[in-house]
Write a protein that binds this ligand. Structure first.
Ligand code: ADP
Length: 162
């Protein structure tokens, strides 16, 4: 039984993230999508909102769970008996940060392996940041996110938070 965690900010979840979640759910027995609580990036959505959006996006994937966590990702992985950490690689620009993160995590907790999934070409340009930018200027973001996320972005825009 191999449990993997897929950690991130998910502010908010995009179709690129969902592609990685679906593909990892076919590779591992259990996937815990792990939403980072302490975020220096000053998130648009609260951790509860980010987790709830993910939860409804993943409801049809029986072996996928959504949880939030605080502190070191490797500690959260160990506490949940996960031996794999999944990360998506979009482009060369992601590589430098990701390799450093993976090597640091390996030094901290050698029993946990980072597995990189190459992003599908279809979503390689997509990030939560560009989605928020497009939504801010009133663009249709239905191509990038699921309808529940689109509605949540619209609500933030109406509240003046986006
Ligand atoms: P973080 O703040 O940890 O980078 P993100 O929510 O931005 O969190 O991303 C979580 C993970 O999902 C990272 O591994 C990131 O590379 C990956 N990811 C982000 N956008 C995409 C995408 N469009 N396609 C595939 N993977 C992605």
């Amino acid at each position: 039984m191999v449990t993997a965690i897929y950690p991130g900010s998910f502010d908010p979840v995009t179709r690129g993230h969902l592609d990685i979640i679906k593909r990892s759910s076919r590779m591992f027995d259990k996937v815990i999508v792990s939403v980072l609580i302490n975020n220096s990036k000053n998130p648009l959505f609260t951790v509860e909102e980010r987790a709830a959006l993910l939860q409804s996006c993943c409801k049809d994937l029986a072996n996928v769970e959504v949880r939030s966590f605080d502190g070191l990702t490797v500690n959260f992985a160990k506490a949940n008996h996960a031996t794999v950490m999944v990360r998506g690689l979009r482009a060369v620009t992601d590589f430098e940060n990701e390799i450093q993160l993976a090597q640091t995590n390996h030094a901290l907790m050698p029993g946990i392996e980072t597995v990189f999934l190459a992003t599908s070409i279809k979503w390689s340009y997509l990030s939560s940041t560009v989605v928020k930018e497009a939504a801010h200027y009133g663009s249709d973001v239905g191509k990038f996110v699921t309808p529940n996320v689109e509605a949540a972005l619209k609500e933030k825009l109406e509240q003046g938070a986006l």
